[in-house]
Design a protein around this ligand. Sequence first.
Ligand SMILES: [Zn+2]
Ligand SMILES: [Zn+2]
Length: 230
Amino acid sequence: MTNCLWCNQAVINPISLLDILAFKPIKEKPVCGNCYVNFEQIMTGESCPVCSRSQVTQEVCADCRRWKEIYPDMHWRHHALFKYNAFAKEWMEKYKFTGDIRIAAMVSNDLSKKISSLKKVDFIVPIPISKKSYAQRGFNQVAILLKKANISSVATLENLTVSEQQSKKNRAERLKGRQPFRLTIEKKRLRNKSVLIVDDVYTTGRTILFAAECLAEAGVKDIQTLSLFR
Ligand SMILES: [Zn+2]
Ligand SMILES: [Zn+2]
């Protein structure tokens, strides 16, 4: 018997006939059904076909159309698991800011299933955090998500962000931003390769697209992106 990583109640794992016939050790779920339902799945038929934003139509959303103007030559497809709802925000707060990394296990199964459903890639790249954030937090939340899900990733990028006062920038500068990423491995290792860039939350797409731009410039030929929440 395990206890739910979110509410601490005992988790009852119903054993199916299939489990018995599989002759595999039965994996105990780290989250109870009541808590798990708060993770709202994004349905493919009800989301933007480029960025997985949840919406009623299946048309390319306004955000993606704007990015296409800025990056006319870049092709990417963003996948996401869950909606960034109120629960997701609370979950991220607990995970990232209070540092309760145990709860990463609540989504491990979904994350590994999702990644195995995508086209196979040469490298899985977690979005790196800045040195300052690392010093404060002590862990890269995306790398931990992957690690807990037994997915091997390669740190091909570093994040050079030094905090700048947002107020000092004008609107256009804020929107465009400055490329925060730099390669940490040799370009030739990436040439003509395929990658999957992984982040925790996709909000405007700014971060993931900077990472994609950096890898595309290094010669990566096929880029897919994924976030836990969208
Ligand atoms: Zn629970
Ligand atoms: Zn979109």
